[in-house]
Each structure stands twice: as C-alpha cells, then as structure tokens.
Design a protein around this ligand. Structure first.
Ligand code: PLP
Length: 430
C-alpha cells in the first residue's frame, strides 16, 4: 500500500513539474493546430490567440469548401441547386449529423439556420406563450445584452411590462456566480408564474456553466418551458440536450464552432415538440414539407422537427464554411476535445494561481464540471491599459468592462505553450 502511495505522489509531482512543451508533446490533438490559420504579429510570430470564445479561427480547408460552391455557381447557375457537387437544395442537411453530435441532439431535433438572436425570437414565438397566471421569463441578471433585448421585446410584444414579467437570477451580495440552491428557491416562490426559463448555458461573462439537466427537470416540475442559449456552449462543452430534456436551445457557429464571422446559427427543438401543431410559429417556405414545397400551395405543412422552423433558403457560402469546420469536430469528437480542454484549462488555472498576486482573481467556478474552457480573470484596480499592454506583447484575449479579462484556450488549436506564454506576459504586465 505504502509503495503505491509513494509512486502516486511521484507521478503527481512529475505531472505538476511537466513543462508546457512536454505537455504539448503528449497531446493527442497537437497536429490540429496546424490545420488553422493563426493570426500573425508584425514580427512574424503568431499571436497567443485566446479569443476563440469570441471568434474561432479559420480552418485551412474553409477556402476550398467555399471555392467549390463559387465554382459550382459559375458552372451550373440555378441548376446548382440539384447538380452542384454538394447540391444546394438539401445543403443544410449535410451539416446535421455532425451538429447533432456537437449538441447531443437527435438529427431531427437540430437545424442550422438564421443567426442566434433571430432563432431566439423564433423559439420564443413558439415557446413563450404567456397566460394571466403564468407570464414571467427568468433570465440571468448579467445575461448577454442581445438575449435581454430579445426577451424584453417579447414580453412587451405580448402586452406585459418588463417590470412585471422579467425575473432575474442574481448572484448573492458580494458574489459573482449563481447558486443552484438560489434557482431552487426562486422556482419554489415564483415557479407557478414562470412561463419560460431562458438561461445562457455558459455565462458569457463569468464562464459559469449551469446544470442543464437539473434546471430543466426542476423547471418542468413547475410547469415552465426551459430553453438555453448555447453561444458559449456549442463546441465547448459535452452537451446532451436530448437526454437532458431541454425544450429548445439556440447557438451561434462563429465562436467555438469556427465557422466564420457572422456565420449561421443552430437551433434545437426537443422531439416532444416535433409534431405539435398547436404551437404558434412564424413560418416561411423553407419550413414547409420538402416534397410539396415547390407546388407553391397556400396551406403551410411544416416539416416535423426542428427543420419546420426554417424560414428562408440558407446562404450556401456560409454553410460551406460551417461544413469545413464541422468535419473537424466529427473527426475529433466532443469527448476527446473535452478531455484536452479539461487539461488545458486546469493548466491555465494552475499558472494563474502560481502568479500569486492578490490583484487577480479567477471569477469562473473552480469546479471543472461548472465551466468550459474559458476563465474570466478579474483584476483589481485595473483599467483597459493593462489589457492593451498584454495585447502589445502578443496576446489576443478579450476585455470586459470594468475589470475582467476573458481567456479561452481552445483545445483544437491552442497549446499548453500558449497558456504558459500568456501567464508570463500577464505577470510582466501586472
Ligand atoms: C455571441 C452571443 C450572441 C450573439 O448573437 P448573434 O445573434 O449571433 O449576433 C447572443 N447571445 C449570447 C449569449 C452570445 O454569447
């Protein structure tokens, strides 16, 4: 027994003493970095890019995927809808299997369409149906502004006031994170009046991840509909939307899903709603039964499942960029990706704690179950000049007023060396 313990301690010591370079050498995903374009500094060195939570990097294959569609457009004109190498008519379907795996949904629960805020509205049209007794929407007090605007405008659209109908989950005085028990208390008090719980799956500011399954079951116990904004979750966390029973979810593809600036959004609708013809919805021709879509009949006949919420025929060039990126996700798989992510972010945390400066505090939860790859670092008495200094030394990260630096080491293209460099640069700028 004693011998084993000694070995274990040695093993642990070895890991903690491993250099970033050694960690990179042992990384099974190390070859993937070279499949992305890294933004370059003037000195010819790549930036330490820790901003994949804002805009993911471009896969080197993306240009060829887009070029294929440009060529097919040139060659076939309108006939490309059927004769392109990847015909445009069903093009969005080529993304579905990989996207469904990324979010843990069944293929008919997932669709790629529009952009995030648009999809959030479309989902609320169907899933926020206030009544006199039940009309409130629960969001986080520091929800992403676009989500708040969307929710407030839906409340007003239905004739309620934000004052009466918007409920906010607020951290306790002096704290920055939301406690699960406070969600429970709030639901016990107000659950019967809540029509919709709409939370960011990963809070964009603190990086806190909610327990999707627990919140969904709890919400359902009180008769609420439960939706999540996964802008910072898709491609970052191991998600299981179907099994967790979530009613709907929306996300974008330009953050962790590396599909290019302003690229399309994703939408999940649980299969229990797939054939519910009582749901109100804003309809468009792309949501109509595919076999009769071009008969141009008057009666709307929705495709069962998430595809039934589509409005328009989608932009193929953006879908092509997404397809190139999703190939990588399909090849690697979320379990492998998340395994590296865990190590990389734990290493970042270790490096930050080792700086041992009371000015910095990590506000993201320390429990790996409650975070993805992003850590948010609060810096006391800092202003943006600190962030500018870090940028000047070759780091691309993200600054949020008043005093938070968000950094996201992304397992597909970031290295342990990136993390080490960042910690060195931050130390030198503090
Ligand atoms: C990035 C992000 C958005 C962006 O919405 P778009 O409609 O894609 O511009 C919305 N909500 C959250 C939580 C985000 O992180």
């Amino acid at each position: 027994m004693e011998v084993i313990r000694v070995n274990f301690t040695l093993e642990l010591k070895k890991t903690t003493e491993m250099t970033a370079t050694e960690r990179d050498q042992q990384d099974p995903l190390r070859a993937y970095r070279n499949q992305f374009h890294l933004p370059m500094q003037k000195n010819g060195e790549p930036y330490v890019y820790l901003c994949g939570n804002s805009l993911g990097l471009q896969p080197k294959t993306t240009a060829a995927f887009i070029d294929q569609e440009l060529k097919d457009w040139a060659t076939y004109g309108v006939e490309g809808h059927f004769h392109a190498k990847n015909p445009w008519m069903p093009y969005h379907e080529f993304l579905t299997p990989a996207m469904a795996k990324v979010v843990g949904g069944l293929p008919h629960e997932v669709v790629t369409m529009n952009t995030l805020s648009v999809n959030l509205h479309l989902m609320m049209v169907s899933f926020y149906r206030p009544t006199k007794q039940r009309f409130k929407i629960l969001i986080e007090s520091d929800a992403f502004p676009s989500d708040r605007y969307a929710v407030e405008s839906q409340i007003k659209f239905h004739g309620y006031t934000v004052n009466d109908a918007l409920l906010e989950l607020t951290p306790r005085e002096g704290e920055t994170l939301i406690r699960q028990e406070d969600i429970e208390t709030l639901l016990a008090n107000e659950g019967e009046q809540i029509a919709l719980i709409m939370l960011g799956g990963v809070n964009y500011y603190t990086g806190q991840v909610f327990d999707f399954k627990r919140i969904t079951s709890l919400g359902h116990e009180y008769g609420c509909t439960v939706g999540f904004d996964l802008a910072h979750g898709a491609g970052n966390l191991q998600l299981s939307l179907h099994d967790d029973g979530v009613d709907f979810a929306v996300w974008c593809s330009y953050k962790y899903l590396n599909s290019g600036p302003g690229s399309l959004g994703g939408c999940f609708v649980h299969e229990r709603h797939a054939n519910d013809s009582t749901l109100p919805r804003f309809a468009g021709w792309w949501g109509h039964n595919k076999t009769t879509r071009f008969n141009m009949r008057h009666d709307f006949d929705p495709i069962p499942g998430a595809e039934g919420w589509q409005l328009s025929n989608p932009p193929i060039l953006s879908l092509a960029a997404m397809l190139s990126s999703l190939k990588v996700f399909e090849e690697v798989g979320m379990p492998t990706l998340c395994a590296k992510s865990l190590k990389l972010t734990n290493y970042l945390e270790e490096q930050l704690l080792a700086i041992n400066n009371d000015r910095i505090q990590i506000i993201t939860p320390s429990d790996p179950e409650e975070r993805g790859c992003q850590l948010s670092i609060q810096v006391k008495e800092a202003d943006k000049s600190l962030f500018d200094a870090i940028t000047a030394k070759g780091v691309i990260a993200d600054w949020r007023e008043p005093d938070v630096i968000r950094v996201a080491p992304v397992p597909l293209y970031n290295t342990f060396e990136d993390v080490y460099q960042f910690a060195q640069i931050l130390t030198s700028c503090l």
